[in-house]
Design a protein around this ligand. Structure first.
Ligand SMILES: Nc1ncnc2c1ncn2[C@@H]1O[C@H](COP(=O)(O)OP(=O)(O)OP(=O)(O)O)[C@@H](O)[C@H]1O
Ligand SMILES: [Mg+2]
Length: 437
């Protein structure tokens, strides 16, 4: 059997990296970005060039073969005039040289049954945003034991915590993995109907359109304090490349958490605007470690704003105030903020956010903290209470500490609902001492 080649017409150059060899190939983006067509054509091209090619077309849930990509593959085979080279069966497609394309829902598989996936050349995950961690954990070791095998995935991003997003876009992406983004803007075949729909959606509900068409994460606005303002910053181009400016000093805003949690924002002001150039957080680390991290940065510090409770808390067995311990470790000059609560921090943050630009690379975790900072929901009364104390509250409190002390004081434009804090009880404002050292 001779191998043949198929010329794939890719709509955008952005897809070209996916044509080279890589164990993990990911492609994400909003709707209509040619992802499904491109991967269908990749299977067909591989099947022609590699007799006996075997691929798994997978999704988390597949109640019937109709939900799979089988129909699109059939259409593309016909489109390329290759009907005589492939054998379309009820549940699979036979490829030249005795290979096959098969279609499965991973949800129905067990550690035992997934062993039947051994020996496939490609596992192609569709609708990757819905894939469960358990499914990836079963699949990946089974596939990659065959030398040269590849795992492909494509998805419409939902949350950065979705397992597929963490796998490809998280801080620990597999070495040598390739991941590209494509959107409707990259689709030369986009119909006029689709284009009109996209324009109307951006007009009517830009936040939603940014998620559905723009391929951005779903914004959880419900109960969130800053999600809309962060989305606006993104739309304005204020989340991007905003690195340290060596001509300006750096001011930090801190939160030193009750549960050994520390969050620090690194900010620069130029009189009119504010740049959030970096963000750091840790939990369970001592003061020495935190000071080392802060001082290892190449920044010239003008002031470190600490929350007022550093005055009260002692660390470890010593009698020193936290602010003194930090000073002794070289964190200077220290400024201790006024005794204000979350309401003031939130209002100050909301007032400041319209003039803040964020460095996407260094401050991404902080941006996420601000976006997710939200109110507690009381199930029994179906109403919102004060701020939820969770992973997002420390970074948000640290930002608030900076906002309260920033030398630029914008006025707050009706962003606060009057009854927003009415049921708020400051439970995590207690001054109870927990060791940080
Ligand atoms: N290679 C191609 N040749 C012709 N038309 C194409 C091609 N690729 C995409 N299209 C057109 O663009 C439309 C969107 O492409 P596709 O379905 O592949 O996008 P997608 O990124 O998978 O979108 P979704 O995220 O909604 O699944 C298709 O319905 C088809 O009309
Ligand atoms: Mg698709």
């Amino acid at each position: 059997m001779h191998s043949r080649t198929l010329k794939i017409d890719v709509g955008s150059k952005k897809l070209i990296p996916l044509l080279s060899k890589a164990t993990f190939k990911g492609c994400h983006g909003g709707r209509g970005g040619t992802k499904s067509y491109f991967f269908a054509d990749m299977h067909i091209a591989r099947a022609l060039s590699q007799p006996g090619y075997r691929a798994l077309c997978l999704r988390e849930v597949q109640r019937s073969i109709k939900e799979s990509s089988k129909r699109l593959l059939e259409q593309r085979i016909q489109h390329h005039g290759l009907g005589s080279s492939f054998d379309v069966m009820d549940a699979e497609i036979r490829t030249p040289g005795g290979g096959q394309l098969v279609f499965h829902g991973l949800q129905n598989h067990t550690a035992e049954s997934v062993k039947s996936f051994e020996g496939f050349d490609v596992a192609d995950i569709e609708e990757g945003q819905t894939i469960k961690q358990r499914s990836l954990d079963l699949l990946i070791p089974t596939i990659i034991r065959k030398p040269g095998a590849e795992i492909w995935a494509r998805w419409n991003p939902r949350h950065d915590t979705d397992p597929i997003d963490k796998l490809f876009r998280g801080p620990k992406a597999p070495p040598g993995s390739v991941c590209v983004e494509v959107g409707w803007q990259d689709n030369p075949w986009l119909s006029n109907e689709m284009r009109r729909q996209i324009e109307a959606d951006y007009e009517n509900d830009p936040e939603k359109a940014m998620h559905i068409w723009g391929g951005g994460y779903e914004i959880i606005t419900e109960g969130s304090y800053y999600a809309k303002q962060i989305a606006q910053a993104d739309r304005d181009g204020r989340i991007g490349h905003f690195p340290y400016d060596p001509d300006l000093p750096v001011i930090t805003g801190w939160d030193i958490g009750v549960d050994d949690y520390t969050a620090v924002w690194f900010m620069q002001e130029n009189g009119r605007e504010v740049r959030a150039i970096d963000y750091y957080e840790c939990s369970g680390e001592g003061a020495q470690h935190v000071a080392d991290v802060i001082l290892s940065k190449p920044y010239k510090y003008k002031a470190h704003y600490l929350p007022h409770d550093v005055r009260n808390r002692e660390w470890g067995s010593g009698a020193k105030k936290r602010e003194d311990t930090l000073r002794d470790l070289g964190i200077t000059p220290v400024r201790v903020g006024a005794r204000l609560g979350p309401v003031e921090r939130i209002n100050a943050t909301r007032a400041l956010l319209p003039i803040v630009s964020f460095d996407r690379e260094k401050a991404w975790l902080g941006i996420k903290r601000l976006r997710n900072y939200c109110r507690k929901f009381n199930e029994s009364t179906q109403s919102y209470l004060g701020p939820l104390h969770d992973d997002s509250s420390h970074g948000s409190d640290a930002f608030g500490e900076f906002a309260l002390n920033c030398s630029i004081r914008p006025t707050l434009a009706n962003t606060t609902k009057s009854d927003e804090f009415k049921d708020y009880t400051p439970e995590h404002q207690s001054e109870s001492s927990t060791s940080w050292l």
